[in-house]
Design a protein. Structure first.
Lengths: 280, 280, 280, 280, 280, 280
């Protein structure tokens, strides 16, 4: 029996904060930057777009491997006061927080459940959703001097977007807690040493290395490749409930005083003065 | 509605083998040494105390982070013939073994289920329950030259106190079995390299580094911090049945001939001559 | 009550592709080479033998520790066109694939469920079932210059024989995917650094190091040793369903076009030209 | 920040084997029958459509609850020789089997991961993918006299489409194996008694009961409802690797002799004479 | 070595909403009613007390088995407008919600991790935390006509207090979702039939039956009893991450509009009109 | 390539406590009774034999399905003072307890990991290892009036042989604890109602029903059958660590006072007077 083609039509034109380039052998290069002619993106919009792109990539029959990278000295991070202003508008807003849960689930599970492989080329600073995306990618190539930092606790909120699901399986629990609980940052070089990323290379080689690996996979046996990824990711599927527990608690954090204090302190260039916890 | 305060009264005075110091910002420094004026502790008493301290720490509303360290060249280990004499009094005693199960559960789960973070400053040699406590701590700072050794098999007993729960998530299964099955010791430097501890620093910096990390966490957002630890530790909760299987088998070991032989050989400065196993 | 001895009689004489040597202290040295007087083995026969040896080792009351090693510059790998010819005879054959599933299960679970410890001395190149055996061993000692490569994807098939069960627990998911999805090879030295093997030593020391570790375990407390291995391996038992999912998908691969293409290309010394995947 | 609407456009017109009706309160009624004017559907086409509908349902902002039902005395089953002819065209075809894996994953995970609730109204006979869909639905209402049968083993293939994931959690392992391994059929009444379905009611009340439950949920608190479903389904997510192992083995079955024999025997109205298994 | 007694002093006098009676053989009878002379309790206070009692019970060396029951026609449920007024004071209050998370964890894990057995005598209506306590008890004896209802969704909030952890293991997923997602109530008789409770007996026999079972256990072998409970409860420990995910999402619900609407509608004796969910 | 036959030679003659009959279609009927001419078996010998038979059954290429049944009014239980005398010789004996662990593992995992199906025909009373064997069988047919009782706690020991692994998946946790913790017995009829066994039929039909089911499976598609059983049993493999924790604790029980007291009381026809547990 022939199998009918019921694939959805993909609207690739909707992306305004991610620049997309289709390359040979079914490689999709995603650059975390507004395409030419688009204004600087809001954090909110980019967060929304990243939660749709993985299923579009999965659905597109011509695509085989995705590579995601940043520009200049940044992979993906919050920049300037605009980002903080956006976040300061968020706390205490129920609808926005519900949406954040939804998009956090979509980005995380989107990467995990897309059987086609994804490579991150972490060219520079990565934080928050950027770090989540970079580390959830199947193969991660970081610049030796890229600064990686989870940042959730610095902003007064539970680390709920990816770390509980994958860090213990990348670098072990002792290292994971050092960086997540004590909010230490680390370089790509150290990240490679502890297993947090697949490879660390000099800044100028990051993208080429990632594209080379993508090329290798794009010309490999596609079904075998996808079933191997799928099978390996059962480790992450098994950790899904723990991840979603952290996500629920992160959502709680959006209604408490510490996020506002952290962001305000950042704007005012002073250390935050977090609230006294409940006595119990 | 106001929430009534039903917290238990904590008797901090009961500790005779651990020296406690309350420091700024809710940090509790626990030194593994008898407080001034108390006699040298028995192993038995210390094992009992460590099984109570984590819930006292969790219950005390003024405390936020615990740091545990040793003195001189020891973090926590069996020392001299007194310790061996104590252990030689133990085998074959059903009540003592039941109590050992109970306290093993209390120490292990006490650290894991206390949502407030715990930092170990492994200043020197760590073995047995000392190693368990040092490695179960959320963040572990070891002296580069500290000697770490599990030691269970050297004493003829199953490694049942913490290793099955956490070693594979710290340093991977190949390394875990090298040290646990072949009873190799390792330095803090090697431990850091394989992910068994969070950090290794020169001996003179161990406590200050640990206190610095504790300070950082103690001034961070407390609920977000505790929920992040709690969520990460689901990895350990999931491994609880395997840990308790090892604990049950360790209890069995207390009734066999190998523990007595191991200890006797140690007293007599000769290699042990372990029993022939069952043929099956 | 005396316990009757119902042990099966072991036919050690059936091994024609593995050279067996019984050494002091119950150590069984398995060399991956035909015993004197036997012809060069087929891959098929060796795969069958490895699926029986672990339970024979487990059943033999005089044996305590197994050490498995190769000869010359090879641990265990496919060599020459003979091997490829054998594999080219396999695809599309339902019975052979059913047998392959059976033997894949027997080798993997045989190592995991044998409570007696197994040490691999990976003296040289390891690939396919050889790599599986080397890495599933409890303690693995690799030559610093040994070349390790999973090779499944290079042959167009899903990596279904051991990697999903154990790699993420050895070296973390980021490294595992680099080597498994992008089919990178790595040396013993790198393997040790990322935790894939327990130790890496110069080529000339591999076997002696492995035998030394075996000796240490063979003179240790046997029940405690076996219960510790057993308890640690619950981590692998928990990952069994994911492993068998990968095995099922690997079996599927044997009926597709990519395996034949990969092997043919290898014979013809050209890069493979894998099939277009389904559009969905 | 307003959240931009990037939802995909849903092509509801592509469904030719399922009749769709949008009812009050966001209820989507799916009847397993070709819409007016469409020819009798092939099994292949219906299998494809069911693998797309759950994400369309999830994406449509106006929909809240889905109800799926059959017509006459059938919920969803293979009927007549046409279905068998289709299946006889399938075995040994690699591409069709790859597609079957893909659609099996899509239907199963589509129901599980759609956070909006789904109710099945099992009005009559359910078998194969029909039974999978009926039992994976969150709430299942069966006619007391509906005949339920898994049927995989009757067709000579591994039961790989849903049963391993959910039967043990519905009716326990002893009952699951009775019906799955011994290919017993059971009525809706018995199914309710053992927990396989939520409710059994007389034939004439099946759809109304299902719609009543759907109504109740559709007017309930939507976020709380979806998060509760999502959290409960972690039980199924944890069983995903086991399910996919069964799926891989089912795929294997498509290349063996037993499926063809089973279908041929059915056409010839004689008992099947299945192949001798491998001796091992 | 004698084992020193470091048990905490238990302040049994702090309980004002639970009447405690110590009976023969170490049985503690907990009646969910204010002791004589105490005013009618608030829901808040009772919720707090239930979160402390299990560890007090566990710590008291004279106690062996706990039995918990209600009075009249109620086991434990919200009664009258006072309860609603209390709850209406709660939503949107971050501190109260943090405390609710804490107490939800304490009650649930307190029952699960207390190795001494607990019997519930569900004499009448049970809802909310009352139902959680009744069903988490190791052995539950319900009156055949007791009305059980989860009630979370009726109040507009995620079912986050116990159901995700234990319902699928009590009555299967199909039944669990019927009662939890569609907010159906059920009698004790039905609950017994589907496995939700251990036993259902006529109203007049509930307490005696429960006490008889408690007596049986209290005169049994205590260590064997506790280790059996402990081992069985690993099933619940493994489900802990999923439970806490539901708890996190329930906490989120406290900041949304649906809880207030549900309670207000209840006061106003009208059906609730829940908010439109986010379109995505 | 032809696959060489390396199957071990099976010594079927070693069984002296189990009567074996090979029937048509590869069915092995195991009757729990000494073969003609053999003396009444000891419990110890039977326990040993049951731990070998499943792998012999799995290895025999002519066998497809096993059926196990008892004689007269007993399936398998301890009978008379001889059994008690044997057990009274056991406690405190380390070697015997080690062997008991080994055989407990072998029987349990032997049934679970044998991919060929096993049917139990529970014709009469089943207790201890008999109950374990009867309930671990894939399909269990019980006489409506057969008395089933776990009995571990009645003998003062932890229920460590199978119940933790499988009862919660058969009948749910509330029922499991009623029978396991309160040592209630139940009939086959009740067992079927709660899902503990697959079927209950009148005494005279038990064996025929079991043989009929065996016949049905023996003439089905063997690979599909075995892979379906294998996949379903991943649920049990995942519960293995919890089971082995209970086994370890049961082993502990053999060194305590309660087993001796229970057996002595039984001999003396008086209620046991179990030891005071540790105060903690």
């Amino acid at each position: 029996m022939p199998i009918d083609d019921l694939r959805p039509t993909i609207d690739w034109g909707k992306y305004q904060t991610l620049t997309l380039e289709r390359r040979d052998n079914g490689i999709l290069l995603i650059t975390i930057a507004a395409p030419d002619g688009y204004p600087a993106p809001t954090l909110t919009r980019r967060h929304t777009e990243i939660s749709y792109i993985w299923r579009d990539f999965a659905d597109d029959p011509e695509l085989r491997v995705a590579v995601i990278t940043g520009t200049g000295e940044r992979f993906w991070t919050v920049e300037g006061n605009d980002g903080i202003d956006e976040m300061l508008a968020n706390p205490g807003n129920y609808d926005n927080t519900v949406n954040l849960i939804r998009e956090g689930l979509a980005n995380t599970h989107g990467i995990v459940n897309c059987d086609k492989p994804i490579v991150s080329a972490i060219n520079g600073e990565a934080m928050g959703s950027g770090l989540a995306t970079g580390l959830l990618a199947d193969i991660s190539v970081a610049s030796t001097d890229a600064r990686l930092i989870d940042g959730h606790l610095l902003q007064g909120i539970t680390a709920g977007d990816h770390s509980v699901m994958i860090w213990p399986l990348l670098c072990g629990l002792a290292k994971a807690k050092l960086y997540l609980l004590a909010s230490e940052d680390l370089t790509g070089e150290v990240a490679e040493r502890i297993g947090l990323v697949s490879l660390a290379v000099p800044p100028s080689e990051v993208l080429d290395t990632a594209l080379g690996i993508a090329e290798r996979m794009a010309t490999g046996p596609q079904h075998a490749l996808r079933w191997t990824k799928r099978s390996l990711n059962h480790w992450l599927r098994t950790a899904t409930p723990a991840f979603e527990a952290s996500l629920g608690f992160e959502a709680m954090s959006f209604f408490g005083p510490d996020l506002v204090e952290a962001l305000t302190a950042q704007v005012e260039h002073r250390p935050p003065n977090f609230a006294e916890p409940l006595p119990w």
